[in-house]
Design a protein around this ligand. Structure first.
Ligand code: GLN
Length: 457
């Protein structure tokens, strides 16, 4: 895979042309919903003329299609927003553009980011970069595949419960889900506001570090953003104390995944770090908490899509009929399922039993992370229980699909930074990643450790 520095010999126009040509040649993967060819070439010409400069001058990238971008549609992979043209850009896109980066296209995803395979897209599924009969992972499946296929050196994604880390693992690329609030969510289609994060997928850890350094920082248009704490680490790193989450290394987890995680642990030890087994007993409960809390927030955030304020409008004789038909046409079955579950757990009579209870257990989960971080600098475990599964393997059974998120949702619920880095492959050659989780604002340290090991893995 190409890294950002590999582009230094190309003019911006050449770089953009190459990326777009490769995107078109690889269209059978269905990783992109649209290309922003004219605007990209226009901006590239400005970079070559010296009118636009910066740390990413002339570097092509792709944004997941839930980031608002001007001069191209933003669909969130839904029929509801098919053809929607935004008058504004997401802060993340703006920050990259301010450093000279060039958005060449918009990546496929599970509609409204609901899913873990990019099969819930109104534009059809994205295929895995290594095995076309398998899923790309999701919901940032398109973003992972464009990096793995060498279309661009990095892509923007969103991670609410694993949507950057899991597709990164399934396609053999680096995926960074930052501390909650580290990167502005302004201009990104909301899924679940208390766990939504913006991050990057890239071919190398150092490229991810450079992009995160640009993305992080407060934004007056997103009041949940925090101070700019991100400082890339300088080697050599001190010896870290790392906890291996034992509940994520059980017999239920694929043996290839356990083997790759153990291999990575051995490399960490060889690099001078201390790794010990630790317990996170609430791991299993985290999945139940996640699907209650996130569905509740989804049902609220998606209320705006009614065909009147937002989204494509269907015909109807009455207001209720317009709402109903617009929603029926615009949402995918998985979106509807989550809206219904969310409305149910928030409804009078069930609120205490489900939503409130889930929030209480979420607090316990946060406390158990806090107490682990009193003794350990960071935690390690697999990203997913298996490598990429077959297309259509899990679509008939939503709960089976949800179970694949068991290892990624805990960090999301606690707002912790977590990264997925390639750790090896399965017996049949599928990529497998490992997950590093740290306390809030330890993003740069996690990347520093992964960078230290990148050459050996
Ligand atoms: N797979 C998880 C879900 O379906 C994560 C989604 C996400 O992070 N956007 O909710």
């Amino acid at each position: 895979m190409k890294r950002i520095s590999d582009y230094s010999t190309l003019s911006a126009v050449e770089a953009v042309r190459q990326s777009i040509a490769r995107a078109k040649a690889m269209s059978e993967y269905n990783a992109l919903i649209s290309l922003c060819e004219d605007r990209a070439l226009d901006r590239a010409a400005k970079v070559d003329a010296g009118e636009v400069t910066g740390r990413l001058a002339g570097i092509p990238f792709v944004a997941k299609d839930n980031f608002l971008t001007i001069d191209s549609q933003t669909t969130a992979a839904s029929d509801f927003l098919r053809g929607f043209s935004s008058p504004i850009q997401a802060t993340a896109v703006e920050r990259l553009e301010a450093e000279g980066a060039i958005c060449i296209g918009k990546a496929n995803l599970d509609a409204f980011a609901h899913g873990g395979s990019t099969e819930n897209s109104a534009f059809g599924p994205t295929r895995n970069a290594v095995d076309m009969t398998r899923v790309a992972g999701g919901s940032s499946g398109g973003s992972a595949v464009v990096v793995a296929l060498d279309i661009v050196p990095f892509a923007l994604g969103t991670d609410t419960g694993g949507s950057i880390r899991q597709p990164a693992s399934f396609n053999g690329v680096v995926g960074v889900k930052p501390t909650y609030g580290a990167v502005s969510r302004f201009g990104v289609v909301a899924m679940a506001s208390s766990t939504d994060t913006i991050g990057v997928l890239s071919s190398t850890v150092s490229d991810a570090e450079l992009v995160m350094d640009i993305l992080c920082g407060p934004d007056e248009r997103d009041m949940t953003t925090i101070d700019d704490f991100f400082e890339p680490t300088v080697e050599p790193l001190r010896s870290m104390k790392i906890g291996l989450i034992k509940e994520s290394m059980t017999d239920e987890v694929d043996s290839d995944v356990v083997r790759c995680t153990n291999d990575y642990v051995n490399e960490l030890r060889a690099a001078g770090h201390i790794v010990e087994e630790v317990s996170l007993p609430l791991l299993k409960q985290a999945l139940a908490i996640y699907y209650i809390v996130v569905s509740a927030e989804v049902s609220s955030n998606l209320g705006r899509y009614d065909g009147i304020r937002y989204g494509n409008r269907a015909d109807g004789q009455s207001l209720a009929e317009i709402y109903g038909r617009s929603r029926d046409n615009g949402f995918m079955p998985e979106n509807k399922r989550r809206i219904m579950i969310g409305s149910y757990v928030l409804s009078s009579g069930f609120f205490d039993a489900y939503y409130l209870h889930a929030q209480k257990v979420r607090t316990l989960l946060i406390e158990s992370f806090d107490s682990l971080f009193e003794d350990y600098d960071l935690l390690i475990g697999p990203v997913t229980p298996t490598a990429a599964f077959k297309l259509n393997e899990n679509t008939a059974d939503p709960v089976k699909m949800y179970l694949a998120d068991i290892m990624t949702v805990p960090a999301s619920l606690a707002g912790l930074p977590a990264i997925s880095v390639p750790a090896g492959e399965s017996a049949d050659g599928l990529p497998i990643g490992v997950q590093l989780i740290g306390p809030q604002k330890s993003d740069a340290m996690l990347l520093g450790i992964a960078k230290q090991l990148e050459e050996t893995i």
